[in-house]
Ligand binder design. Structure first.
Ligand SMILES: CC(C)(COP(=O)(O)OP(=O)(O)OC[C@H]1O[C@@H](n2cnc3c(N)ncnc32)[C@H](O)[C@@H]1OP(=O)(O)O)[C@@H](O)C(=O)NCCC(=O)NCCS
Length: 136
């Protein structure tokens, strides 16, 4: 089935973020103060938003945040396609180092994209995270 990846509005990513990542929290919980400063990317299949991620560039460094694929569409390669796209997009925009706060259960997934675990880790809202990074 045909898919496209393109920039989407923050309102569109909010819905998916909430549904996939924090459906037990109020809707506003998933909004970020920096959302107006970020690039929001979505993978779309037949007009339906399937997977989203947001990229925040700060000079030569960038963080990607709030990566989420609809539950029923996970494990089909959509997230990988979107992450590949975002890594390329960051490089095109002059980013030298890209990083994310990875949920511990996603470390192996991000390793496949060349991201490596740093020494920083933390717990937030009962979930464990490690900072993972890659030089582009
Ligand atoms: C992380 C997340 C965005 C990945 O999106 P996704 O669309 O499921 O990603 P993919 O389908 O490309 O990859 C998921 C897994 O399926 C595998 N996969 C990809 N295509 C596949 C295919 N065609 N057939 C079988 N398996 C496949 C991948 O290798 C990957 O395996 P792994 O998790 O063991 O490394 C998604 O799991 C999600 O939304 N999780 C909840 C929110 C979350 O945890 N976000 C990240 C916070 S750090």
């Amino acid at each position: 089935m045909e898919t496209t990846i393109r920039k989407v509005d923050k309102q569109q990513v909010w819905e998916l973020r909430h549904q996939v990542m924090w459906s037990d929290k109020p809707f506003d919980y998933i909004k970020l103060e920096d959302d107006d400063l970020g690039f929001h990317f979505g993978l779309i299949r037949e007009n339906k938003l399937i997977s989203v991620v947001s990229l925040f560039i700060n000079n030569e460094e960038a963080q990607f945040r709030k990566f989420a694929t609809l539950q029923q569409e996970q494990g089909k390669g959509y997230g990988s396609a979107l992450l590949d796209f975002v890594l390329k997009e960051a490089k095109i925009r002059g980013v030298k180092r890209i990083w994310c706060n990875a949920r511990i259960n996603k470390v192996d997934f991000y390793r496949k994209f060349g991201l490596q675990e740093s020494k920083s880790n933390f717990i937030k809202d009962g979930k464990s995270y490690v900072i993972m990074e890659r030089y582009l």
